[in-house]
Design a protein around this ligand. Structure first.
Ligand code: NAP
Length: 518
């Protein structure tokens, strides 16, 4: 089949009632405009061409998690298409890496401008395929675009060094050069930002990229790639393939032309990629799962702690790697906090992301809901108590009630692994030492949050936490200007900030001898 079958919102009869709802109408109007939109693409991008899978397989439907309706189908690609994409990235590297930094910067700036001028459409696309509330989706577009803008500037700041020589007739230089072709594998929870956070710095310093977005959210990635083409970024510099994840991953790992793998996703897949990269000794950056502690001390400002903990826990319905996974509360404030927190959580409106005022969309799929249910079941069987929510939402589909659980202990699954859903487990502690011990008792080390009004404690605890990011009296801390990344099994390397570009650069030492010869 040569042409994409675009199955525009096949409204199932069980969802007919939604058609009269304002959010359904909004979805419909966006969906009907989508087909004609200048950013909508449903094929892979290889060497500047929009292409189908070699074998013509298309039945790879994308669903709206809020309604179950089909949005579009995209090609199911594998090794062959990935190898084509690698070849075109390899060819494009030759010329892209030789442009001046200022030239690459201009392309990126243009791309940034185009993303921002299509902010509304991109936000709607994110809500449509991922489910997060439109306000959050629009926030993701700005956040995602900020990495392109930031690295457009950083492109011009890649300096080398001159090292004072140890012998009089020598001169020693350090050059920074792009690593080469990069394979970027990204998850569904931030369909745009997890891509731009990698592609921005990679392109800025002269690398070319093959992106593999999640099978659950390819349309945002393709729309961003279309805007890159519209910005004039040359064919082959940015390629997108999707389909069979392990085949695509294996092709990227096996190719000696791919010099780096950058991955955001689960720790289990990250470990596989790390092992696979050994075969060709590739550079590797990993942004993996977290198990964020959110520590509330007796001396915290209750309102600040409640607001911060809610932001850290319930953003994207609890489906972020930096989501507070354990709310660890000191005994003196435990009851007061539990009451104020669950009261505030109760006010979070659940519903379709296109509905005004909705703060909690659906979970990404049925497996995500079942994971939440099994974690909760484990906690309840070990003595935890649900004080709010605790079940599927009456809206059906994959909506789940925002949930607060008390009397959670460190041996429960809820405290040991990422629940990746709208469930806040409350644990209790007595002393600062105990809080640090509970917080660090995990293989993960991505984000941590503390709420306290004691300045000395802020420093002591921030230094003692084995985490890559610490938020103090703040639940939302990601920004393009600060380094993002984990320690322990949460990953390797940093994204964003002036440090982020180093992941895509090699250092080359050049020794010039015989200086005194005339
Ligand atoms: P995932 O299952 O690991 O998937 C991530 C990506 O890897 C997807 O594109 C997936 O493709 C692909 N993939 C799966 N198996 C693969 C294989 N064998 N070889 C190559 N690629 C493979 O993770 P997810 O469920 O999408 O995302 C949630 C996880 O990401 C959570 O653990 C979260 O904490 C983590 N995360 C971390 C960060 C961070 O910055 N540290 C940010 C966001 C999310 P398909 O989807 O097509 O199967």
């Amino acid at each position: 089949m040569g042409v994409a079958r675009f199955s525009l919102f096949k409204i199932a009869s069980s969802h007919l009632h939604r058609m009269h709802h304002p959010s359904a109408l909004r979805q419909m109007s966006f969906a009907s405009g989508l087909q004609n939109s200048t950013i909508f693409r449903s094929q892979g991008l290889i060497g500047g061409q929009w292409v189908a899978a070699h074998d013509g397989i298309w039945n790879f439907f994308r669903f709206n998690p809020s309604t179950g309706e089909i949005i579009a189908d995209v090609p199911f690609m594998g090794r062959r298409e990935t190898n084509d994409a690698i070849s075109s990235a390899y060819q494009a590297f030759n010329s892209w890496s030789k442009l001046t930094a200022a030239e690459r910067s201009k392309y990126l700036r243009k791309w940034y401008d185009l993303i921002m001028s299509h902010k509304e459409e991109l936000g709607q696309l994110i809500t449509l395929e991922q489910g997060k509330p439109l306000k959050e989706a629009l926030g993701e577009v700005s956040y995602g675009a900020s990495f392109i803008e930031f690295f457009a500037e950083e492109a011009k700041q890649v300096y080398g060094d001159i090292i004072p020589a140890t012998l009089a007739d020598r001169r020693l230089f350090v050059l920074k050069q792009p690593v080469g072709v990069v394979g970027a594998i990204t998850p569904w929870n931030f369909p745009l930002a997890m891509i731009t956070r990698k592609v921005g710095p990679a392109l800025a310093c002269g690398c070319t990229v093959v992106v593999k977005p999640s099978e659950l959210t390819p349309l945002t990635a393709l729309a961003a790639a279309e805007l890159a083409l519209q910005a004039g970024i040359p064919p082959g510099v940015l390629n997108v393939v999707m389909g069979n994840a392990s085949d695509i991953g294996d092709a990227l790992l096996a190719s000696p032309q791919v010099r780096k793998i950058t991955f955001t996703g689960s720790t289990a897949v990250g470990k596989k990629l790390m092992a696979g990269a050994a075969g060709t000794v590739k550079r590797i950056s990993l942004e993996l799962g977290g198990n964020a502690p959110c520590i509330v001390f007796d001396d915290a400002d209750l309102d600040v702690a409640v607001k911060g903990a809610i932001a850290a826990k319930f953003r994207n319905s609890g489906q972020t790697c930096v989501c507070a996974n354990r709310v660890i509360v000191q005994e003196g404030i435990y009851e007061k906090f539990a009451e104020a927190f669950s009261k505030a959580v109760q006010n979070l409106q659940v519903g379709d992301g296109f509905t005004e005022g909705v703060a909690q969309g659906p979970l990404i799929n049925e497996a995500a809901v079942q994971k939440v249910e099994s974690f909760l079941q484990d906690a309840l069987s070990k003595g935890a108590k649900v004080i709010l929510g605790g079940k599927r939402h009456s809206l059906g589909m994959t909506f789940y009630e925002p949930t607060v659980v008390t009397d959670v202990k460190s041996d429960m699954l809820l405290a040991r692994e990422e629940v990746f859903g709208p469930v806040a487990p409350l644990l209790r502690f007595k002393t600062e030492e105990e809080a640090i011990c509970i917080a660090n008792d995990t293989n993960a080390g991505l984000a941590a949050y503390i709420f306290t009004n004691n300045v000395q404690r802020t420093w002591r605890v921030s230094e003692a936490l084995e985490y890559g990011l610490v938020g103090v009296n703040e639940g939302i801390i990601s920004t393009e200007v600060a380094p993002f990344g984990g320690v322990k099994q949460s990953g390797l390397g940093r994204e964003g900030s002036k440090y982020g570009i180093d992941e895509y650069l090699e250092l080359k030492y050049v020794c010039l001898g015989d200086m005194n010869r005339k």
